[in-house]
Design a protein around this ligand. Structure first.
Ligand code: MOS
Length: 720
């Protein structure tokens, strides 16, 4: 990394970056005035409703369009064409794995009914008769599926785990299962499409616009230059909006065919079925240690599923590869092909569920060795990456565990099953948190005006995470401006192409691009004064060099624009870089019913530079709440006979509500800026908060009542 680069932000004078600044669009979002995709209106807009397959596997043999065509308001019934497209994950330019008239799962889109109003379209869609030729014997259960693969490339075998397990002083060989999850974003997927002079304009709800443009263009058979997507405000994504979903393709296709703007909004059940689920997992953990609890063997095997032909497989063991040591290691993944709705990235793909199993297994090892769970973890932090030998960049895990223990009162924890308070068994649990840190190519444009206002433009999205806020802060800090002088324009694919929001890479990738663009402006100003950029102080709309102060208007008489591009290749790949943390949970388990209540939680995180204390903490809160859900209630249930999602709504898919969530304490460790990570020394935080959180709760349940739940979620029936 450029030696002059690290900590350059520390020398800035404005004092805006890192503060708990409110989100500029926050009020609009909570008052319902930030327009969401489904709210865009166009002259002559008509409404499409997708029709879902009711069979698991087979072919569409007929669609009785005649009956519905005479219904009030109905304009067209469409089938075939590019209607079926699973949420692609970088699958532009690859043949879609599914295409009509073949049916691959219950809930697959098979037709689109377009009518003058939403209600007419929905009514006609419900009345539409689709006939099928059913295929027999479709596998819907990963446990018994006949088509499975264990890719050799994904197998990692280091040393000899079987012998190491046999010779270990303590050994744990255990299995955990986690259910499928749904992203369940508050805003359902919606697209409003219109074509002008052969160019598509689509208001949608997406996370990564440049990829979404490519996917949509590919699905429609048009040039990327002929597709423009707007997603200025997104009501949650969590992975479900990483790739283009069927409603966007359907709206664009219908609008082109009919020559009218078309809106397609997914119903909540359709969001569950037509977008993506997280795969269920079965995980085998093998941990062997010497007499002092130092790992000699570490194995993590997992079994996941997806539709035939789909490339994605939940990267369950992603964090396990570098979190703990152990010379003898074994990793393998088996993917079962099943006819359930498409599996894909749901928040913190990999660590969200992999860390449940790993961290509960570590708790089992702590119990077996009699070593305190925190001490056990501290004894097993490797010097270097245990598989490729790379040094770690900033890794605050030890501090997170130690500081958290002190703050949480870990020393008051009692042996398992010994603390009964009234009708409640009470216990504490801990888990490490880890999430890989990715960087993605990202470009941004910053314009400084002579009047001291600035504009920041990129196709970056804000999916509720605070992009508008942190980009405002980076520009303000670099150019010495107040937030009120800065406009940040996002969510338009015609703007410079960014990383988008996903995989917790948005803040550091896009933030670095904005930083580099602003640095370009500082350099240009410095050149005008004939000094080095580092010798300038920009504060409150003034530029100071030596003891001479200038206004911007003294230096520029027209807008000054610079672009910044972050190439991941620009940053060091000589380090193992990740976000770290530690979760602490205290639960009560009712002694008669087995009901679990989380009493308090603490998360301590080491995430590099904190760009905005409020939005960063808020991401951690959200992740920990997901941890509560995945520990106790969240579970997609598939009908064992046909694979359909039975609980495809927010009444029966049990997310935690306010009464399930106690006070959550979040600590962001100071001075953990990661000079190796990227120019702004920040690391991803969106997904770190979930990774491990449910493990801490599972471990607290064990500590409370002595019951080890290995099949999540830990519903009361699994406890007593
Ligand atoms: Mo995230 S699951 O990469 O939006």
């Amino acid at each position: 990394m450029d030696e002059a680069q690290p900590r350059v932000l520390d020398r800035m004078a404005q004092g805006l970056l890192g503060t708990a600044m409110d989100r500029p669009e926050g009020r609009m979002k909570v008052t319902g005035t930030a327009p969401y995709a489904a709210e865009y209106r166009r002259e002559g807009l008509v409404h499409g409703m997708l029709v879902r397959s009711t069979i698991t596997r087979g072919r569409v043999t007929g669609i009785d369009t005649e009956k519905v065509q005479s219904m009030d308001g109905v304009i067209a019934v469409m089938t075939g064409g590019p209607l079926v497209r699973n949420p692609a994950q970088g699958t532009a330019h690859e043949a879609p794995a599914q295409s009509l008239p073949e049916v691959f799962y219950v809930g697959q889109p098979v037709a689109l009914v377009v009518a003058e109003s939403f209600e007419q379209a929905r009514h006609a869609a419900q009345a539409l008769t689709v006939t099928y030729d059913r295929a027999d014997g479709a596998d819907v259960d990963p446990a018994t599926a006949s088509d499975t693969e264990t890719p050799e490339d994904d197998v990692l075998s280091q040393g000899d785990i079987d012998t190491a397990m046999k010779e270990a002083a303590f050994a744990v060989d255990t299995r955990y299962t986690t259910p499928p999850h749904s992203s369940a974003a508050m805003e359902p997927h919606a697209s409003v499409a219109s074509w002008t002079d052969g160019r598509l304009e689509l208001h949608g709800s997406y996370q990564m616009l440049r990829h979404n443009v490519a996917e949509l263009a590919d699905a429609l058979g048009v040039d990327e230059a002929d597709v423009r997507i707007h997603s200025p405000y997104v009501g949650g994504g969590f992975g479900a909006k990483l790739g283009i979903a069927p409603e966007a393709v359907a709206a664009a296709h219908a609008a082109r065919e009919l020559g009218r703007p078309v809106s397609v909004v997914l119903t909540r059940p359709q969001v569950f079925e037509m977008t993506m689920r997280r795969s269920e997992t079965t995980q085998r953990l093998r941990l062997g240690s010497d007499a002092e609890g130092r790992l000699t063997a570490l194995g993590h095997e997992d079994w996941v599923s997806n539709l035939p032909g789909e490339a994605f497989a939940e990267p369950t063991a992603q964090g396990t590869h570098f979190l703990y040591g152990g010379d003898n290691r074994y990793f393998a993944q088996t993917l079962a092909r099943v006819h359930r709705p498409c599996a894909g990235s749901v928040r913190a793909p990999g660590e969200a569920v992999g860390m449940i199993a790993l961290e509960c297994a570590m708790d089992e090892l702590a119990e077996a060795t009699g070593i305190d769970p925190i001490d056990l973890r501290l004894r097993n932090l490797p010097e270097t990456h245990p598989e490729n030998g790379l040094p770690y960049s900033e890794r605050g895990l030890g501090d997170c565990l130690r500081d958290g223990a002190a703050k949480f009162g870990w020393d008051t924890r009692k042996p398992a099953g010994t603390r009964l308070e009234g009708d409640w068994w009470v216990g504490m649990g801990v888990a490490s948190a880890v999430r890989v840190n990715a960087l993605m190519n990202s470009t941004a444009r910053v314009t400084l005006n002579p009047d001291g206002t600035a504009l920041c433009e990129t196709d970056m999205t804000d999916i509720g995470t605070g992009s508008y806020a942190i980009l405002t802060q980076i520009v303000g800090e670099m150019l010495g401006l107040d937030a009120s002088q800065i406009e940040v324009r996002l969510g338009d694919s015609d703007l410079p192409k960014s990383s988008g929001s996903g995989g917790s890479w948005g803040a550091q990738s896009c933030g670095s691009a904005v930083f580099l663009a602003a640095q370009g402006i500082r350099k240009a100003l410095a050149e005008k004064l004939g000094v080095a950029a580092d010798d300038l102080t920009l504060k409150d709309g003034t530029v100071t060099s030596g003891n001479v102060q200038h206004g911007f208007a003294d230096l520029i008489d027209s807008p000054l624009t610079c672009e910044g591009t972050l190439n991941p290749g620009d940053t060091a790949d000589a380090f193992s870089i990740a976000g770290y943390g530690a979760h602490f949970a205290e639960v009560g388990v009712h002694r008669d019913t087995g009901e679990v209540r989380v009493r308090r939680m603490l998360g301590v995180f080491s995430i590099g530079r904190v760009l905005n204390e409020k939005t960063a903490s808020s991401q951690c809160h959200g992740g920990m709440i997901w941890g509560i859900g995945s520990a106790l209630t969240e579970e997609i249930m598939h009908d064992p006979s046909d694979g359909r999602i039975v609980n495809h709504n927010l009444a029966e898919y049990h997310l935690p509500v306010s009464l399930d969530v106690p006070d959550l304490d979040v600590v962001l460790l100071e001075d953990t800026r990661d000079d190796e990570a990227n120019p702004i020394q920040a690391k991803g935080i969106g997904e770190l908060g979930i990774a491990g959180a449910a493990g801490a709760i599972g471990n607290a349940i064990y500590n409370a009542c002595g019951v080890r739940v290995r099949d999540f979620p830990a519903t009361p029936d699994k406890i007593f």
